[in-house]
Design a protein. Structure first.
Lengths: 269, 204
């Protein structure tokens, strides 16, 4: 019998699913081996020592043994548990979305230290900052860029002319922005404001320290969220499921003022 | 391994393998093992099993009040006059009701969500019996909702979501105390720990 190979790596738990009666399969985003799946045995039982360290969004040091087909978690110790994200519905929805983005964009076995850092830095911002949307926009843009899907934000994707500071058009299918002259005939384009393009460029080129300094008004935030989500979906050729949860946690909040009316609307929806 | 001469199992066999394979926690290998086990057992045992499954589907319904699985609608708990109608304990699955009942420390009513919010799996509030819970509390006699979802990320998310929905309606929403270990399933909790968690529940 060959001895199982054991390795230790810091990782972020992206997600988990139940396996059998008491186990879970974890999807880990590790610092040095990219994404991988590992079995955490017995973690659904009350006395499990591992259980508290393997919940999604945990940043922990994992000891992994190479099993026959999957890795097996032999030890885990939490480095950061991101409690403020777990304890707040709005932060949590963004944190899960960030994890899903990385899960969907990467394959197991590819090494992505840059993306690991990016996710970690995003979760740290999501734990402490009031603006919990801009960090997620930054994560989306940086992920696109690192993986080679950088949108064209300086010139029109068709005529290649420099974009003017007017309303242009956003097109995921053509990989960026169309000028007003090239827009006719193009389906599935959405208007994109000069301000939105400015922020998108900033998200592409800036560092965290710059990202933290900008304030984005609510309308612009919505525009950016829609534009980037559309782009991400187009590249992935599938939905990002947690986006629906971000919408779901907003619904009751909007209706929170008068106690009966708006709540009734949610129930009937 | 039992193999059909051509390499494939005969249709009745492969059909049952497919059906077993759909069950939670049953992989292709286990599905095969169970199917060949069925081939070996006496016919009356196999028929008894099939009959039990049919009866399960034909003779049970979801209680129209609490959504628990029951033979009579409303269920025994919902039609029991001795229970406190101002308290609703919200659980993920019918089995969790058994766990809470075992403690003998709770005398209110229940509500079964039939799942838990799981954003990455695409399970949102609309996929659970949340609408039905809203209907119930709108009646006005409920004072407190006790969230007894599993002490893990999804259970917490569900409990925070319901709190966000119900607190504006003037309800108190509480959560089992933190004594339950994070990440574990409620059904594995021992009675003492669960009773204590119930007694020391906190506002969400
Ligand atoms: Zn153009
Ligand atoms: Zn009932």
């Amino acid at each position: 019998m060959p001895r199982p190979r054991v390795s230790t790596t810091p990782a972020i738990v992206l997600r988990q699913r139940k396996l059998g009666d008491a186990d879970k399969i974890l999807t880990l985003f590790t610092a040095n081996r990219g994404k991988l799946e590992a079995v955490a045995k017995g973690v659904r039982r009350s006395r499990s020592k591992l259980a508290g360290h393997v919940e999604p969004l945990s940043h922990a040091t994992f000891q992994l043994a190479q099993g026959r087909s999957l890795f097996i978690v032999t030890q885990a110790e939490t480095v950061e548990s991101f409690t403020p994200i777990r304890d707040d519905l709005d932060r949590l929805s963004r944190g899960l979305y960030a994890c899903e983005i990385l899960d969907r964009f990467t394959e197991t076995g590819e090494e992505h230290f840059e993306l690991y850092r990016l996710l970690l830095d995003t979760l740290r911002r999501l734990s402490v900052r009031d603006d919990i949307d801009t960090p997620v926009r930054y994560l989306e843009m940086q992920t696109l860029d690192v993986l080679g899907y950088r949108p064209e934000l300086d010139e029109c994707v068709t005529c290649r002319k420099q974009l003017a500071a007017v309303t242009n058009y956003w097109t995921a299918a053509a990989g960026g922005v169309l000028c007003p002259n090239c827009r006719p005939g193009e389906l599935s384009v959405r208007p994109v404001s000069p301000n939105a393009i400015k922020v998108l460029r900033m998200l592409l080129h800036a560092r965290w320290s710059d990202v933290e300094r900008i304030t984005i008004d609510p309308d612009l935030a919505v525009e950016l969220e829609r534009a980037l989500l559309e782009y991400v979906r187009w590249v992935l050729e599938r939905d990002v499921r947690s986006a629906a949860f971000i919408d779901a946690v907003r619904r009751p909040r909007r209706g929170a003022r008068p106690p009966v009316g708006p709540v009734a609307r949610i129930a009937d929806a | 391994m039992n193999q059909h001469p051509q390499g494939a199992a005969p249709p009745p066999v492969s059909r049952l393998i497919d059906e077993f394979h759909k069950l939670p926690g049953i992989g292709p290998k286990s599905a095969q093992r169970l199917t060949y086990h069925m081939l070996r057992i006496p016919p009356e045992d196999a028929i008894a099993l099939a009959q039990a499954i049919i009866e399960l589907k034909e003779r049970t319904v979801l209680c129209s009040i609490c959504q628990n699985v029951t033979e009579t609608d409303p269920c025994g708990i919902c039609s029991d006059d001795g229970r406190d109608r101002t308290l609703i304990c919200v659980v993920e699955e019918p089995l969790d009701i058994l766990a809470v009942e075992r403690t003998r420390g709770f005398h209110g009513l229940y509500h079964v969500l039939h799942g838990v919010i799981s954003p990455m799996d695409g399970v949102g509030p609309d996929d659970l019996k949340v609408k039905e819970l809203l209907e119930r509390v709108r009646g006005g006699s409920v004072r407190e909702i006790i969230m007894a979802t599993n002490p893990n990320l999804e259970g917490e998310a569900t409990s925070m979501y319901i709190s966000r929905l119900m607190t504006p309606m003037g309800l108190r929403v509480t959560r089992l105390a933190r004594g339950l270990p994070m990440g574990s399933d409620l059904e594995y909790a021992d009675d003492v720990t669960l009773s204590r968690a119930l007694e020391n529940r906190q506002d969400v």
